[in-house]
Design a protein around this ligand. Structure first.
Ligand code: GFB
Length: 309
């Protein structure tokens, strides 16, 4: 990408898209733009095609998606599969039709089989059954990877895919029904501290392990890939280590300064036991993360205090 290339970030108001915009602007890219969902409904093919025809972006970051935590994925599977299939199909096809220079599609580590060998290498995709709580979302994201692969194969499009591990950061969703674990726990511990509650409820056993990547690191990796990677294989993005949810809860409890107890709600699902990514492919290209988990959580908590009070 040149500093004045026309760059469209689909999903620029979300946690990932806004981090990509921040990173591009900090690197001196001057022609970065997005469209809100009110201005452009990405599930409508006609709207997306006429937007691409008139705007003619050169580079596209496909960070628009319907996303959510374990409960949202499990409760609204039709919405997760439909919206994600439509958004990615429309953008990828319109990008092909208007001949853009390059596109990066973002998936998720939940595309891999539930009982995958760990750490998970890129080529373990489609080697086993998926985790049921997020099967709808995973199938949509797998379809996105395959679209990217086959548009490259048949039409020679320079389209690539990146698979981030569990993400967190500023502009995250803090709604307790639909959020992921990290923002949910930050909010629960914070509110429990303010109200002098004796306990905070942790869903499930606390035993599953998750890998967490700060969203500004993810954005940096996406721009790195856009500038340095043009191959068929999707690329894992992560930190290369994971922790138990119970341990994560203790870290957040300490950062927030809550002094009560943590109790488990065993009626809530654990989800997949573990999904640690093998990040050697990205490492071999020369990229690694910089924000460690505690520093990242502290940044998000500072931001949360400023923006939610
Ligand atoms: O982050 P999370 O919702 O999603 O949950 P997944 C991770 C783990 O944290 C699960 C536990 O074992 C949850 O039961 N957990 C404990 C909590 N307390 C809470 C809480 O208060 N809220 C939430 N949300 N979880 C999602 C997928 O899976 O991860 C998506 O459903 C996507 O498709 C995303 O892949 C990255 O890591 O289980």
């Amino acid at each position: 990408m040149d500093k004045n290339s026309k760059i469209y970030v689909a999903g620029h108001n979300g946690m990932v898209g806004s981090a990509i915009v921040r990173n591009l602007e900090s690197k001196g890219y001057t022609n970065v733009f997005g469209k809100s969902s009110k201005e452009l409904d990405l599930t409508r093919q006609i709207e997306v095609e006429s937007f691409f025809e008139s705007e003619k972006p050169e580079y596209v970051f496909l960070a628009a998606a319907k996303v959510g935590g374990i409960h949202a994925n499990n409760t609204y599977p039709a919405e997760f599969i439909y919206n994600n299939l439509m958004i990615e199909s429309n953008i990828i096809h319109a990008s092909y039709k208007t001949g853009i220079k390059k596109l990066l599609f973002l998936g998720s580590s939940c595309i891999y089989p539930k009982h995958c060998e760990q750490p998970i290498k890129e080529d373990f995709l489609l080697t086993g059954l998926l985790e049921p709580t997020n099967e709808a979302y995973a199938i949509a994201k797998i379809a996105g990877i395959e679209l990217i692969k086959f548009y490259r194969k048949q039409y020679n499009c320079d389209f690539i895919s990146a698979m981030p591990t569990n993400l967190y950061g500023i502009n995250d969703n803090f709604d307790l029904d639909t959020s992921h674990v990290l923002p949910a726990l930050l909010r629960k511990f914070h509110e429990a501290k303010l109200s002098n509650s004796k306990e905070v409820v942790l869903w499930g056993t606390g035993k599953p392990k998750r890998e967490f990547l700060y969203v500004d690191d993810l954005a940096d990796a996406c721009i790195f890939l856009m500038n340095n990677y043009s191959e068929m294989m999707h690329v894992n993005i992560g930190v290369g280590e994971d922790i138990e949810i119970g341990e994560l809860a203790n870290i957040i409890k300490r950062i927030v300064g809550f002094e009560g107890e943590i109790v488990n709600d065993l009626d809530k699902p654990d989800g997949t036991p573990r999904k640690l990514l093998d990040v050697n492919l990205l490492g071999s290209k020369g990229w690694t993360y910089t924000t460690n988990l505690e520093a990242g959580i502290s940044k998000v908590y500072d931001w949360y205090l400023k923006s939610h009070l």
